[in-house]
Ligand binder design. Sequence first.
Ligand code: CP
Length: 300
Amino acid sequence: MPAHFLTGAELSAAQLRSLLERALELKAAPLCSQALDGRSVALIFTKPSTRTRVSFEVGIDELGGHALVLRSDELQLSRGEALQDTALVLSRHVCAVGVRTGPDATLAELAQHSEIPVINMLTELHHPCQALADLLTLREAHAELEGLRVAYVGDGNNVARSLALLGALAGLRVAVASPPGYALEPDLPLPAGASGSLELYTDPREAVQGACAVYTDVWVSMGDESSADERREALGAYTVDDALLDLAAPRAFAMHDLPAHAGEEISAEVLYGTRQRIWDQAENRRHAQKALLEFLVMPA
Ligand code: CP
């Protein structure tokens, strides 16, 4: 049983599989679990969020718990209180803490001193809660994930990295196409027990061959604003549109973690059309995270 969920690699392949099946049950009957009855979960945000905040807050409510949303500028952390002390105090009041922050080292330090599970709600390198929702969306479309090919087209960022790590753990063949300078690490270590694979490409048309889904993300992520112009230039040929989807497997659909910039990384026709599961994917954040919370706070 993992104490924390920092990269997703804490899970075994079997745990990931059962977590996704539990998320399907929770989606079918959203009020069937009161796993957090009488308990509180702290959610610390040092960066903006729409989906993560709403899906965690509503999901915790549905589980019978109370979500305590804490903006970092309102905490004593902003005045220099130690992460260790913050972790020790939170551990006395809440049953889990979600954190959206920049450096992964900050999250790791908080987790090191926490006596309760710590959940990564997005860091510079990882977005594992998003990957859970991504896998749930794929699982809804395909009874078996093992051996499916999924393409990611664009910036090799935290979303791509988490898709690669958790996708490989679920047995996916993940193909990532990025321009030079924006690629994922070629030697990214896959989680123990991963039966899937990661392949890196520069040509998006090669990556999408045989893919059942084509995923993309914004070209300018939070924190990348100072290099926005050069990013848009480098990533300009990596738009997910109907022409690119035509090169993927029959009935392939588009995915995006949102927020989206229609006309940049994805065409408006795809974003709002019938060849996508993007809005299901956004909803699935809640169901997947509820399954995760159950898993972390109710050890078997
Ligand atoms: N996908 C995602 O994490 O969305 P938010 O930044 O709105 O939470």
